[in-house]
Structure formats: C-alpha cells, structure tokens
Design a protein around this ligand. Sequence first.
Ligand code: FAD
Length: 301
Amino acid sequence: MAVFDKLAVASLPYIPRPIMRRLAARYIAGDHLDDALAKLEELARAGHPGILDILGENVSTEAEARAVVGEYESAARAVAARGLDAYVSVKPTHLGLALGEPLCLELYRALARRCRELRLFLRVEMEDHPTTDATLRVFEALRDDFENVGIVLQSRLFRTPEDVRRIAVRPIDVRMVKGIYLEPPEIAHTDPVKIREAYLECTRMLFERGARVSLATHDEVLADRCVALARELGRGPSDFEFQVLLGVREELWSRWRAAGHQVRVYVPFGPEWRPYSQRRLRKNPQIMRHVLRDLLRPRRR
Ligand code: FAD
C-alpha cells in the first residue's frame, strides 16, 4: 500500500464528522428515504433511471435483519407509488447472511415477493469473497421462483468465469463490476489491466449466453470496449445498460446518454453513511484519492 493510502486509512476514524460528511455528501443522497426519493426524482427529470440502496451491512441480530426488509419494502412501495423507474439493491449481510443462509434466503424471498407485486426488480449485491458461495446459492434459489431478481459478479475474482458458466444456463440479469473489495492475490487479479480484461471476458460470456448485462463501471475505455463487444455479438439497447454511482464521473453519463445508452444511477441513503464510507475507504483507499481529487475539481454536470 502506498504511503498516502496508509496515512489516509490510519486517519479515517479521526476525520471530524463535518469533513467526513462533506467527503460523503455527493455520493450519498441523505439520511432519509425522502432524500433518496427527491434525488431519484431529480435524476428522472434528467433522464436517468435509478437504483435505491439503504446503507448498511453485517447486521448482528435477526431483528435488525427483519427491520431492514421492512425498510426496503417501504422504499419499494414509495418508488412504485411515485411511478419512478428505479429498483432496490440489497447486500446479503444486510439481510442477515452472517446469521445464517436460511434466514437470508427467507428475507430475500419476502422482499422479492413484495417487489414482484409492485413490478419492481431486486438486485442481490456481491460482497467480499467469504460470502460469494452463499450469495450465489441464495441468488440461484431465489431465481428458481422469481424472475424479477438479478445478481452482481466481480471480474476481479478468478472464479467468476466459472460462476458465469454455471449460473448463466438460464436467462439471468447480471450487474458486472470490477469488485470493490481488495481480495488476496491467491484468488483475485490485482493488476488493473487484468481486472479489465477479465471484465471483458465475463461480459462476452454473459452476452453469448443471452444474459442481460448492467455494465457498472466508470472506466470509459472499458465501457467503449463493452459497447463494441455488444455490437460484435449483435446485442441491442435492451440487452445492456450502464450503471454509475451517484456523484461519480457525471461527464460520462451525458456522453453515454447522448450515444443512446441507458445510464442508471445508484442512489445510496441512510444514517449509516459514516461506517459505510469508512469501511469502503479502508478496504480500498484508492477511492480516497478519487474523492480528494474530485473535491478539488470544479463540479460539472
Ligand atoms: P475504476 O478503474 O476503479 O474507476 C474508473 C474511473 O472512475 C477512475 O479513474 C476514477 O476517475 C473514477 N472513479 C471510480 N470510483 C470513484 C469514486 N468513488 N469517486 C470518484 N471517482 C471514481 N462492487 C462490488 O464489489 N459489489 C457490488 O455489488 C457493487 N455494486 C456496484 C453498483 C454500481 C451501480 C457501481 C457503479 C459499482 C458497484 N460496485 C460494486 C463497485 C465496483 O466494483 C467498482 O469498485 C467501482 O465501480 C469502481 O470501478 P470502475 O469500474 O468504475 O473502474
């Protein structure tokens, strides 16, 4: 880890709340569901569909996990009532994966059922590698009963092409990401060039198997190569979309929209923004560079 990264990580717990809040502000809609709905409406006016994420992970009691499902159900109802083109995206450990796979599956099922009633989609997110097998099992069990669910796959992991071969034997909807968690070199690519090549390889495999792919990246070189790949394989606008994080590289959103692509924006909200931000920054301090560089750069839309 570079000296800057080490210093940045060590200083995280000591950064005063107002500064941390400022660091987090453009990446997080706010503390409350209303903040997130207002952000989704603003984005919708600008032509962007959305994804709603309630910040939090690793709940430690069943009651907490059940309460999270209740919050997601309220969020889903509010999105449907406003007629917004948006869906919910949920981390397995926020729904109690660490407390047991059966509980987690039960809660995802309840949420998937509610989302289906509301005609909404539900994305199962992917966390760090100790959770990958359980997350895929939960997803596959869900997919047996629900068409309105999708998964996330991380190109960083060596195992992902094999996972694609196994799970893309039926129609699936995959958010393809590089992977936010810094994984050990025994199981994951660490070279950014290899992570990008692996992303392309997995995307090719998914397209060839007829999957719908959400290209969740801000890497414009990679994005261009994915679009070229889609063309080469005869995949059209309904077969893929771009997905971006709120506040990140907004100049790309308009460029991609102007080229005729759908750009869906990930809108995280909730009072747990500080631990979430800290954990993310600690796991991948390079983001702190992005944040600091971004804070120093004039804002463009
Ligand atoms: P990078 O090479 O990391 O970034 C490309 C460029 O984008 C950088 O040069 C930089 O200029 C800019 N950039 C990237 N991130 C930031 C930032 N935070 N602030 C400012 N600029 C930035 N990962 C998971 O492991 N599991 C998930 O479930 C998951 N869901 C995601 C959902 C969405 C909608 C998105 C967009 C990402 C998600 N990720 C998830 C994160 C993903 O794995 C990557 O860590 C993240 O997208 C950065 O990788 P990149 O492809 O944008 O490429």
